[in-house]
Design a protein around this ligand. Structure first.
Ligand code: FES
Length: 320
């Protein structure tokens, strides 16, 4: 891992909604933190040894703290339950970042933000930033019920409250926001951002299929388990700088093979959602298995996420 490494103190833990807590992280000596832009995340080393990525919800102008929101997901691999069960005010955590894979577009005349559940976290920083800049935006915030809606108080007390529309579906997506209807007309100079659980992401992706690609922005916070990948066959990778050719067996990832051969590629999530391991692809046909690149970027084949993606051709040449 690289980037800024900070030891921060957990200053406050707040129950924001059912199963959702926010954690306010500050410098133990009260120093200012590295600046970040709306949409950024930090990687947190958890007490159980896992490293997890959490979006910053606080105002980018407040550089004395980072606030992250965490949904308890008992079905996940233990990151969120560790945060909920073991991290308390006064604890110190090692943080990497911040980094931003989900920035606001500088040239948009209007922004539409679509938040599903805990996917609201990066969007809270976005609406605080857009609100402070007097930018034109609307946020549609979709949750099951008011009790499961984090940051309600922050929104209600903000001066952008009238631009946030809540949609509660009580567990039935058909009763929630009509995403396809909202996005049916392509609006000029408008950019759309979406973040939420898998079904929400799929609905947004489908509804935005006819929008210009450069106006569509998204961030996955977890792997979409419903996406099926084909068989994982063996292939080779060629290291452009040395000409070395390495075998990637069917049961190992590219990054595992690189590491075993002394080649260090920075990684973080190792499941295709953070973009840290993006590597320039010089030749070969990739089998993209990540949730970072959009369809156009995948088709261009300039980058490959070496933590999860594989090859359709016998060999890939990497710019390493
Ligand atoms: S390490 Fe996160 S996408 Fe590869």
């Amino acid at each position: 891992m690289s980037g800024a490494v900070l030891t921060l103190k957990v200053n406050r833990v707040i129950d924001e909604a059912i199963d959702i807590r926010s954690y306010e992280l500050v410098d133990p000596e009260g120093r200012l933190l590295p600046m970040f832009t709306a949409g950024a995340h930090v990687d947190i080393e958890l007490p159980n040894g896992l490293v997890r990525q959490y979006s910053i919800s606080s105002d980018p102008r407040d550089v004395d703290r980072y606030v992250v929101g965490v949904l308890r997901e008992p079905e996940s691999r233990g990151g969120s339950t560790c945060m909920h069960d073991r991290v308390r005010p006064g604890d110190h955590l090692t943080i990497h970042g911040p980094r931003n894979n989900f920035p606001l577009a500088a040239d948009a005349r209007h922004h539409i933000l679509l938040a599903g559940g805990i996917g609201v976290t990066p969007m809270m920083a976005m609406v605080r930033d857009l609100g402070a800049r007097g930018a034109s935006f609307e946020m549609h915030y979709c949750t099951r019920s008011p009790e499961r809606t984090a940051f309600r108080t922050d929104i209600a007390q903000s001066d952008f409250a009238d631009r946030v529309i809540f949609h509660h579906d009580n567990g039935n997506p058909a009763d929630g926001l009509d995403i396809a209807g909202l996005l049916r007309e392509v609006r000029p100079d408008t950019h759309v951002y979406y973040c939420g659980p898998a079904g929400f992401m799929q609905a947004c992706e489908a509804a935005l299929a006819h929008w210009p690609r450069h106006t569509v922005h998204f961030e996955y916070f977890s792997v979409d388990e419903s996406v099926e990948h084909g068989e994982s066959a063996a292939f080779k990778v060629k290291i452009a700088s040395t000409g070395a050719v390495l075998d990637v067996p069917e049961d190992r990832t590219i990054v595992e093979v690189l590491r075993a051969n002394g080649l260090e590629v920075e990684t973080m999530c190792e499941e295709g959602i953070c973009g840290t391991c993006a590597t320039v692809l010089l030749d070969g046909e990739p089998d993209h298995r990540d949730f970072v690149l959009d369809d156009e970027e995948k088709a261009r084949g300039e980058f490959i996420m070496v933590c999860c993606s594989r090859a359709r051709s016998p060999m890939l040449t990497l710019d390493l």
